[in-house]
Design a protein around this ligand. Structure first.
Ligand code: NAG
Ligand code: NAG
Ligand code: NAG
Ligand code: NAG
Length: 403
């Protein structure tokens, strides 16, 4: 390349020199200009070409997707929708490890640690877990809910299943749990998309540095759900969520009476979900395009259409076997032991279950606590027990979010 360049320049110089001698004087400045342009074009051609061939050799930059949600809001389901895609490396709630290391801390104190953990994982740096896991022998099965990640059940993490299969969690757990921890990083590096689901963010500000980070290509899928349905679902999992609830309440944990605690936790959650949604409206347009709001209820009403939108947003193809799978699991068909609570039941029916199981007094109290959030996200309040139980009354505003 170097030699050719020298030859070209030498040739150009000779042509130039020769032309200067034979051309009339007043044409010479023009010729000089043309020759300069020719040299510039030559350089551009050589180095521009060189530069292009370099960059096409490199992989395109991975896409980083954060499924941002709260507990019992269908985020495991959305996580699975991404995680089952053969181009996606998915981890479910990696920040669980931080919270379980600091069970007496508060959500706000742990915010930055959660943010930094997420960033490291997006860049496939799994050494970040050193701070939150016991040392060796560490296996990939040391990761919280590792078997819900199809990527950890297929090559290069585990060579038993193929990447483009829908892999059952039980089979994966049985056959892939002995792989060493190092396969997690190796697997991560082999995908074009890294998707993380987190319920441990309580505002958007903490994520601004990640949205602006040039080494990341962060896109946020913000999943929300009717707080009344969340409340009902939390009541059924109070035990499981106890440590988390305590961290969410922070310093207020001791002050709030036990019977008021579920409402206090919901208040914190509702406020933070609304803050995230509102913060997006004040972002510059370029950053607003990195955010997509999904309501769980819209997803269960139109699973195929909504999934298609989410995939499109992050640049994934909606492959035929995934279309059948999404259809099946939202209708309770197909493989039995799936990772989410919509399994084997009609997802649409489940999403409305609070209407006949939750006493109106609770609904009314919750509506007071989450009033602003529900109004902003398009959930109608009910004003009586009659309205609550009347299923022909649709409580969902049909809308298109403003961004
Ligand atoms: C969908 O359900 C049908 C009928 O139960 C089943 O035969 C098929 O294997 C399922 N497909 C997927 C991808 O889950
Ligand atoms: C929804 O669930 C309720 C309670 O479990 C049941 O009574 C009702 O028949 C179900 N409806 C449908 C359409 O599945
Ligand atoms: C919700 O807020 C609106 C306006 O702020 C108010 O008019 C309404 O009474 C509130 N509803 C409940 C149930 O608190
Ligand atoms: C239920 O709601 C529908 C639609 O608003 C209304 O027409 C109907 O009268 C209501 N039924 C009862 C029992 O309140």
């Amino acid at each position: 390349m170097e030699l050719t360049l020298q030859k070209h320049i030498f040739f150009l110089a000779r042509v130039f020199h020769f032309s200067m001698m034979i051309l009339p004087k007043k044409m010479r400045p023009l010729l000089f200009l043309i020759s300069q342009m020719a040299i510039f074009a030559l350089f551009f051609h050589l180095y521009g070409h060189n530069f292009n061939s370099l960059s096409t050799k490199e992989e395109p930059k991975p896409m980083h997707v954060l499924v941002l949600s709260s507990w019992r809001s269908g985020s495991s389901f959305v996580g699975q929708i991404f995680g089952q895609h053969p181009d996606v490396f998915y981890l479910m709630e990696p920040a669980w490890h931080i919270w379980m290391t600091f069970t007496h801390s508060t959500a706000w104190r742990l915010h930055m640690a959660v943010r930094d953990l997420i960033r490291a994982i997006f860049l496939c740096d799994m050494s970040v877990f050193d701070a939150y896991m016991k040392p060796s022998p560490r296996r990939q099965s040391s990761l919280f809910q590792w078997d819900k990640s199809r990527a950890l059940c297929s090559p290069p993490a585990c060579n038993i299943f193929s990447r483009d299969m829908i892999i059952s969690q039980a089979h994966c757990k049985l056959l892939c749990s002995q792989e060493p921890f190092e396969v997690v990083e190796k697997a991560c590096r082999s995908y074009s998309h890294v998707v993380l689901k987190e319920v441990r963010f309580f505002n958007l500000q903490v994520l601004y540095p990640l949205l602006r980070d040039p080494s990341l290509n962060l896109h946020i899928v913000h999943l929300v759900r009717d707080p009344r349905a969340v409340f009902r679902s939390r009541e059924h999992t109070t035990g499981e969520l106890m440590i988390d609830s305590r961290i969410v309440m922070g310093q207020h944990w001791e002050k709030v009476k036990e019977e008021d605690q579920p409402y206090y936790v919901m208040q914190v959650i509702c406020q933070s979900q609304l803050e995230i949604y509102k913060a997006v409206q004040s972002l510059p347009k370029a950053l607003r395009q990195r955010y997509m709001l999904v309501r769980y209820e819209d997803l269960v009403r139109e699973p195929i259409a909504q999934t298609a939108q989410m995939y499109k947003y992050v640049g994934l193809k909606f492959l035929p076997h995934l279309q059948t799978w999404v259809y099946n699991i939202t209708r309770g068909k197909g493989m039995g032991n799936h990772a989410f609570h919509t399994n084997a039941r009609n997802a649409l029916n489940v999403s409305q279950a609070w209407r006949w199981t939750l006493p109106y007094e609770k609904v009314s109290r919750l509506q007071k606590v989450c009033n602003d959030t529900m109004t902003s996200l398009g959930y109608h309040l009910v004003r009586s027990e009659q309205e609550q139980k009347n299923l022909s009354l649709d409580l969902l505003f049909t809308w298109t979010p403003s961004n």
